[in-house]
Design a protein around this ligand. Structure first.
Ligand code: SF4
Length: 411
């Protein structure tokens, strides 16, 4: 490789990492270096919940160890057959860069992924070494997320878990068949086996105190990423795969990343990226499955032919096809029923349940307890409010699905 300055490497390797969506740090263990010789903290505001418009997480140093890769995953810009500039950090070089950025307050932690150099074990060893230097030599207490390599030896995955707050293993594509076709070196069974091994370690961790066993897994969870729109899988297939991953491996998150065409694409790939709104609708559907008590079939039935409705959110789509279930009386309905009301989130539903203990709620009260009473109003009954005609109105969908418009700057 030609000699590159650290700035050149950073430009190449940070850019190459921007396709990885799975970098939220929620659920990190609370640590603080005050009173120790170490540095950093995962506490307080500002740790990695911000995303730049291009999807990049802006408060972690999100970077690849190298964008050189021996594999040929057709959807990936870093694949061996791709003609892009290559760069590689040394483990010490990257650890130093992380610390420098941290001290300048640019970042709260590190998100590290990598192409496969030499072999999976060698690559994983190098990534673990970055985390080890930070944790052991510099007592770095900031956040570390390692994207692990499923084919690496179990001892290396275990070592990664000792230093990282979060581990993730990319499932890559919604179906085994697509993975076989588009990422020939990857193996769906090995990916799931690695997830199962991490889950086992996370379960074991619960049994032991980290203070009694400092060599035990420190990570608090695992997540994964699925690329959407690179194969023909519909939204039903994608959400079915997610549901099985959540159930089987106790994932904290499945991240959906819209396929982005690369230069000189394979003819096996679609020529265009899917609409970004598809990614957004999948996230909304994912939340309905996990936190709102919806069944997969109910969500999918809101759209057509196994695809979510792109124009309206999946809860509204379901409600418009089940108007007979509405209006719901906010003064009597169970919390689970309130959660089915479009525009009402878990916070709003909880606030209503609490507030109605003090007396029957009117529409004005609902307006104070929710973020958008205009969206909620057609679907509820409150004291002095009954929307009989609106819920049956043929124009209700158009009324609620108005395209978002930017407000005037000086209005
Ligand atoms: S393993 Fe596949 S997805 Fe990962 S960097 Fe290499 S080519 Fe890209």
């Amino acid at each position: 490789m030609p000699h590159l300055s650290i700035v050149d490497k950073l430009a190449i390797l940070a850019d190459a990492a921007k396709y990885d969506a799975s970098c939220a740090s929620s659920g990190a263990q609370r640590r603080n270096s005050s009173g120790t010789r170490g540095i950093g903290s995962t506490e307080g505001m500002g740790i990695c919940h911000s995303y730049a418009p291009d999807g990049r997480c802006i408060s972690l140093l999100k970077v690849l160890l190298t964008n050189y890769c021996q594999y040929d995953c057709l959807y990936c810009v870093n694949r061996v057959s791709s003609n892009v500039r290559r760069a590689r950090f040394g483990a010490r070089e990257l650890a130093k860069l992380t610390l420098d950025f941290y001290k300048r307050n640019y970042i709260e932690g590190l998100f590290l992924s990598s192409g496969i150099i030499r072999n999976p074990d060698y690559t994983m060893q190098e990534m673990v070494e970055v985390a080890r230097i930070l944790r052991e030599e510099h007592e770095f207490q900031g956040y570390i997320h390692l994207k692990t390599i499923p084919d690496a030896a179990p001892e290396l995955l275990e070592a990664a878990g000792r230093y990282a707050d979060r581990l993730s293993i990319n499932v890559e594509l919604p179906s085994r068949a697509s993975l076989g076709e588009l990422a020939p070196e990857k193996d769906a069974s090995r990916i799931r086996k690695a997830m199962a091994a991490v889950r086992l370690k996370l379960d074991e961790k619960k049994e032991r105190s980290r203070h009694r066993n400092p060599r035990a897994m420190q990570a608090t969870g695992q997540s994964t990423q699925m690329i959407i729109g690179a194969d023909a899988s519909d939204d039903r297939k994608i959400l079915t795969t997610s549901a099985s991953l959540y159930a089987g491996y106790k994932l904290r998150r499945v991240y959906y990343s819209a396929f982005s065409p690369t230069p000189h694409p394979s003819s096996k790939l679609p020529p265009q990226a899917p609409p970004l709104r598809r990614e957004h609708r999948l996230y909304q559907a994912d939340w309905l499955l996990r936190f709102y008590g919806f069944e997969l079939d109910e969500i999918i039935a809101g759209g057509d032919d196994g695809m979510l409705d792109l124009d309206i959110d999946p809860k509204l789509a379901w409600a418009l096809k089940h108007r007979e279930r509405f209006p719901i009386d906010v003064n009597r309905a169970a919390r689970a029923e309130l959660l089915r009301v479009p525009g009402l989130g878990t916070r709003g539903a909880n606030a209503i349940v609490k507030a109605r203990r003090l007396g029957a709620l009117r529409l004005d009260d609902i307006a104070r307890l929710t973020t958008s009473v205009a969206k909620v109003r057609p679907f509820i009954v409150a004291r002095g409010w009954h929307p009989t005609r609106t819920i049956e109105s043929a124009g209700l969908r158009a009324q609620l699905a108005r395209p978002p418009a930017q407000r005037e700057l000086f209005a």
